[in-house]
Design a protein around this ligand. Structure first.
Ligand SMILES: [Zn+2]
Length: 359
């Protein structure tokens, strides 16, 4: 039996479902994990997300009759615990029942201590995506979007790395991500966006796509987006534009809308979207303050680059390229540095809530 379990562990196969124990005053959820599996716990009012790496769970969705736990859903490497308001979680590790394993224990109780993490908390990995590049300049006005986004991303990277956060860039030079042989610009755009989106996988912590806005009528300020249906025509227009513009933009926007409707029915994806919205709000607030720009708010939109994100993912528009004042400000290094500081602060603030290890 022991050897059989060890073999299963070696293969990384699913061992068992989470075990739920109801106790006086608390509910305990236990996962048996192989030693090499790591985990990450994201906590938010109403939802607790346990994200595993190196381990896959038996898919299931189970209602629990407990004052501290409404239901849990296991899917892939994620376990979502839906909890009533006021319930807090404490996660810790116990020795495994068989060699080569450990037990991840999550205790849920009203008014308990905040999430504690063991063994070592994970190091965050942030994906920064400088919008456009190569043959696609993006918005062109007093500045060229692809140049501003790359410069701001590189500046943000330096600030985050100085704080102990690992940063992955989708591009670090003036190029798009399509294969070099592809001559059709529209095909290039689709391949480019797909490649960027695929980098928001579960091995990373969060994804921020950086863009510069433009508008038919004079407008200025900063806005941040997460994936969802567009509520106002402005957000819809922006989605079509950032999804490639013209016919391709329309098509990719429709595709993203269909997928978004499906995503909204899935509890794991819902939890991730809630974290994306939280990241959007934190980032927007810090960025507006650091840059001293008008606050155009947080919105949802069917953005192709965010559609498959397995981690909190947002797209930020740092200003308008064609606004006479803001466009010229976007050309200045001091302003770009302030934008980078605002983005970095927003990211660090969000990470601090998730119990990650950084300075
Ligand atoms: Zn853009």
């Amino acid at each position: 039996m022991r050897r059989w379990i060890a073999l299963l562990l070696a293969l990384g196969a699913a061992l068992a479902s989470p075990r739920v124990g109801l106790h006086e005053g608390f509910t305990r959820v236990v996962l048996d994990l192989p030693e090499r599996a790591t985990y990450r716990v994201l906590e938010r009012e109403g939802v607790l997300l346990v994200r595993l790496s190196g381990y896959v769970l038996e898919p299931e969705r189970v209602a629990v009759k407990s004052p501290e736990l409404i239901e849990y859903q296991a899917k892939g490497s994620e376990l979502v615990l839906r909890v009533p308001p006021g319930v807090e979680a404490k996660a810790f590790v116990l020795e495994g029942t068989v060699p080569g394993t450990y037990r991840l224990v999550v205790d849920l109780r009203k008014g308990a201590a905040p999430v504690a993490k063991k063994p070592d908390p994970p190091k965050p990995v942030v994906v920064l995506d400088p919008g456009h590049g190569g043959p696609d300049p993006g918005a062109v006005g007093y500045v060229v979007e692809k140049e501003v986004t790359l410069d701001v991303a590189l500046r943000t990277k330096r600030i985050l790395e100085a704080r102990g956060v690992r940063v992955v860039l989708t591009r670090d030079r003036d190029a798009d991500l399509a294969p070099p042989g592809e001559k059709d610009l529209w095909k290039r755009k689709v391949m480019d966006l797909k490649k960027r989106a695929s980098m928001a996988d579960a091995k990373k912590t969060l994804f921020v796509s950086i863009h510069v806005n433009s508008a038919p009528r004079p407008a200025a300020g900063i806005e941040t987006y997460y994936l969802g249906r567009a509520i106002d025509p402005e957000a819809q227009r922006l989605a079509v534009w950032e999804n490639g513009g013209g016919e391709i933009g329309q098509r990719l926007t429709r595709e993203t809308e269909t997928l978004t409707d499906r995503v909204l029915k899935d509890l794991v994806a819902q939890a991730n979207l809630a974290f994306s919205a939280q990241l959007a709000r934190t980032l927007q607030a810090r960025l507006v303050r650091a840059a001293g720009s008008p606050d155009r708010g947080v919105h949802s939109a069917p953005l192709y680059v965010l559609r498959y994100a397995r981690i909190p993912a947002v797209l930020v528009e740092v200003g308008f390229a064609n606004h006479p004042t803001e466009g010229r400000r976007l050309a200045r290094p001091e302003h770009r540095q302030r934008l980078a500081e605002g983005i970095a602060e927003g990211i660090l603030r969000f990470l601090a809530n998730g119990a990650y290890a950084f300075k």
